[in-house]
Design a protein around this ligand. Structure first.
Ligand code: 9D3
Length: 256
């Protein structure tokens, strides 16, 4: 069981995780648990303030230390009570380490995560120094808060939990194509808008289908994301497939 405690002033947003799809099913099957904590519930003033102006001036607001710290402590206490000895506190932040599958794998080894999803310009740095173990960004673009990034991380972690995908094959396939883009997919009808499904997929020849798919995956990765392909590290078969893909592409372009 993985424990997620999420600190957010918009707990309803996390219904995107708890009420839909694979994550909903995994939650129902108790493969993980998720609890949200609202810093507003840890305020002591009449206005339930969680943000204030930045010292030094400038635009935007900063999440105040006190309610946030109280929230982190409540969340980590709950995790310890649930048997997580050292809950890892992760701040979702544009300044964080960029999320990729290697980082997902690393975080998947943690029995419990306390995720802080911030709003405003940022959180008081003294809380970061005192209580945050890691900072994670989902990429070099700006979202309106840490909630969507936190949900991206939770989703990536939950789908890898054993029993999470209805299809054990999907997981095996993910590893077959690890570090590569997908091959093209087709379903019925066989002919649509004057376009037919590639013959090999209709052949029933499973070895030929697997070979074609791997060739397409390699070729498309090479075309679209050359940064993901280290040609020196490819097996002889894969180099052969990539070579075939390029020849076929050239032949096709000459036809047009
Ligand atoms: C120049 C100041 N901005 C930093 C890029 C301020 C700012 C904008 C947006 C501060 C926080 C946010 C809200 N986003 C996140 O908290 C966030 C985020 C993101 O914007 N992109 C990618 N990953 C993440 S993780 C958290």
């Amino acid at each position: 069981m993985t424990h997620f405690d999420v600190i957010t002033i918009f707990p309803e947003m996390f219904e995107a995780v708890s009420r839909h799809g694979i994550t909903r099913k995994a939650l129902e099957e108790k493969l993980f648990e998720m609890k949200t904590w609202d810093p507003r519930d840890f305020t002591t003033d009449n206005y339930r303030r969680v943000d204030d102006r930045p010292y030094g001036g400038g635009p935007g607001m900063v999440m105040m230390a006190e309610p946030l710290q109280a929230c982190i402590e409540a969340a980590t206490s709950r995790q310890r009570a649930a048997g997580v000895e050292r809950p890892m506190v992760v701040l979702m932040s544009p300044q964080g380490e960029r999320l990729d599958e290697a980082l997902v794998r690393g975080l998947a080894a943690e029995p419990g995560l306390v995720l802080i999803a911030g709003r405003y310009e940022g959180v008081d740095e003294r809380v970061v120094a005192k209580s945050v173990h890691r900072e994670v960004s989902i990429g070099d673009y700006v979202t309106s808060g840490g909630e969507l990034p936190a949900m991206v991380l939770i989703d990536c972690l939950v789908r890898r939990l054993p029993g999470s995908l209805n299809d054990a094959e999907s997981a095996a396939q993910d590893s077959f194509s690890e570090g590569m883009l997908d091959w093209p997919h087709y379903t019925r009808p066989e002919k649509w808008s004057e376009e037919r499904v590639p013959d090999v997929l209709m052949s029933g020849n499973h070895a030929a289908i697997a070979r074609w798919r791997r060739k397409q995956a390699l070729g498309r990765t090479w075309d679209r994301r050359p940064d993901l392909v280290d040609e020196a590290k490819l097996s002889r078969e894969d180099r052969q497939l990539l070579e075939e893909y390029r020849r076929e592409q050239q032949a096709q372009q000459q036809q047009q």
